[in-house]
Design a protein around this ligand. Structure first.
Ligand code: ADP
Length: 509
């Protein structure tokens, strides 16, 4: 029975890479060590280092780009229906490996095992959903006013760079890889340097399912080294990024310098609005899962709880009581509902934000006062009350299990507070008034909005942000548009076409 976390992890990784002891990058179907400095991984449940691996570095990036160009050719040479069958098989193989993948994710990223099982299941759904789209990506015939036939083709970009964060590693990997390859691209995936293992495993499983080598490459390493080298790579034609707004800005600037487009999926400070006529028991459960699931390390977390003043005290007390009962603990225990913060830097940020809230006059109704735990990066589910929307704790993304409760009087005020944020990722309203529910849904600026529910997302539905939460969409049919480019083809069909210098006659008539 393996004892240390290091040994346990290597044992979990071994079935995905038989005979290999290295943790590195997956390039052209091979697990390879990088040439950069060692990256040390720390167990968030204990704060102790458990693994180190080399940063991929520039040479491996160049090798991966060559492999991706080759891989994309092989992938595009298949018929669309064949590609669909491979993608469906990836979904099946992921389902067959649900438990090993979930355990690898839980151990290496410090996420509760119950969340990991759910997320791996979602990854299978992502490949299955896009499997059905591969042979439905057709263009249109445009009725142009001349003797030409004009039609469009949706073509892949070629090689895409996908940069993902540490909060939901395997989920964001599948979320971006599935539509990218369904559209006929190959990918370089640069997972967070803190959580590369589940992405490596997924790439290996995808090849086991029949994906040609080189279509799905994983570059494990830092953003400022490996990530930047990949953005600078001429083979990369588009960058898809999921992460913090500050890093998104750097990535967009580097991509703009090369004249290539980006999709940015950034943070949020989403408003969860509860009216006095709502089913308060359901709203309370919704408010808790909105912020405490994944220990609040979720871009769509309902981190601002806007509560009508008439029920403010009662409802905040209900949420606080619920928070008190949540089971915080080791990620691998099946009963754990709230795990640790994933890394030391983020942990410091969460504690500092709680302290900033207290300095500005907010009060802790339940949870942490900003003092560190005795061991590991744990923060108790925290409810802060008497918060104003101009306080830092209500404006800055905490990305931790901390909800701020803000009172409001009228619907108009609720909408104004919800929209008084630089972000626009998500939001929700709880009410029995159908007209109000749809009115508020239409008035709140957010890429995703929920009515009497929270945090349901599905690969079939478009997802993305307004304002500082980013641009572009990363799921549903919208993602297929993001991951393809449109070619317009003109065909002369007249028996006696006019040969003219400049615009052909008839156009614009
Ligand atoms: P956090 O700040 O919480 O660590 P980031 O948004 O910085 O999260 O990280 C998300 C992803 O962006 C990770 O894969 C990370 O390695 C990558 N990244 C960070 N900085 C850069 C950069 N300068 N260029 C490219 N990628 C980066």
């Amino acid at each position: 029975m393996p004892s240390t976390l290091h040994e346990q992890l290597l044992a979990k990784l071994a079935p995905f890479f038989p005979g290999k002891e290295t943790v590195g990058s997956y390039v052209g179907g091979e697990l390879l060590a990088g040439s950069g400095a060692a990256i040390k991984l720390v167990d968030p449940a204990t704060g102790r280092e458990f693994l180190s691996y080399p940063d991929a570095g520039g040479e491996l990036v160049a090798r991966a780009a060559r492999a991706a160009v080759e891989g994309q050719r092989a992938w595009a040479a298949l018929t669309a229906a064949q590609r669909g069958r491979v993608m469906y098989e990836i979904g099946r193989v992921v389902r067959a490996n649900l438990e090993p993948l979930a355990q690898l994710e839980s151990l290496s990223a410090g996420k509760p095992i119950r969340d990991c099982r759910g997320e791996v299941t979602k990854v299978a759904e992502m490949f299955e959903y896009y499997a059905g789209w591969t042979d439905k990506l057709h263009g249109e015939v445009i009725p142009v006013p001349s003797g030409h036939m004009n039609y469009t083709r949706r073509e892949p970009f070629g090689v895409l760079l996908l940069i993902t964060p540490w909060n939901a590693p395997v989920f964001t990997c599948g979320w971006n890889v599935a539509p990218a390859i369904a559209a006929g691209n190959a990918v370089l995936l640069k997972p967070s340097e803190l959580t590369p293992l589940s992405s490596l495993a997924l790439a290996s499983l995808a090849e086991q399912a029949g994906l040609p080598r080189g279509v799905f490459n994983v570059l494990s390493g830092h953003g400022h080294t490996t990530g930047q080298a990949a953005i600078a790579c001429p083979a990369v034609k588009k960058v898809v990024f999921v992460g913090s707004p500050a890093t998104g800005g750097k990535i967009a600037a580097a991509a703009a310098a090369r004249g290539i487009p980006c999709v940015l999926e950034l943070g949020g400070k989403s408003a969860n609005i509860v009216f006095e006529d709502a089913d308060l028991t359901r709203a309370c459960i919704g408010a808790q899962s909105a912020i405490f699931a994944a220990a609040g390390q979720s871009c769509v977390a309902g981190s601002r709880l806007l509560v009508q003043r008439s029920i403010y005290d009662r409802f905040v007390a209900m949420v606080a009581e619920g928070a008190r009962r949540l089971r915080t603990g080791s990620p691998l225990l099946p009963e754990t509902e709230v795990g640790p913060i994933q890394n030391a830097r983020q942990y410091g940020h969460v504690l500092a934000m709680i302290k900033a809230g207290l300095r500005e006059g907010a009060q802790v109704a339940e949870g942490s006062d900003g003092q560190p735990a005795q061991e590991g990066f744990f923060v108790r589910p925290t409810v802060m009350k008497n918060v104003r929307n101009d306080m830092e704790i209500a404006r800055t993304e905490v990305f931790g299990p901390v909800v701020v409760a803000i009172p409001f009087d009228t619907e108009e005020e609720a909408v104004a507070i919800a929209n008084d944020s630089e972000f626009g990722l998500a939001g929700a309203v709880w009410t029995h008034d159908v007209a109000r529910a749809h009115r508020v849904a239409s008035l709140v600026k957010a890429g995703t909005f929920w009515i009497n529910t929270y945090k349901v997302i599905n690969v079939a539905s478009p997802f993305g942000g307004y304002d500082a939460s980013g641009y572009g969409r990363s799921s549903g049919t919208e993602a297929l548009r993001e991951y393809t480019q449109v070619k317009s083809v003109w065909v002369e069909t007249s028996a006696h076409p006019a040969v003219a210098f400049g615009y052909a006659p008839g156009i614009g008539a």
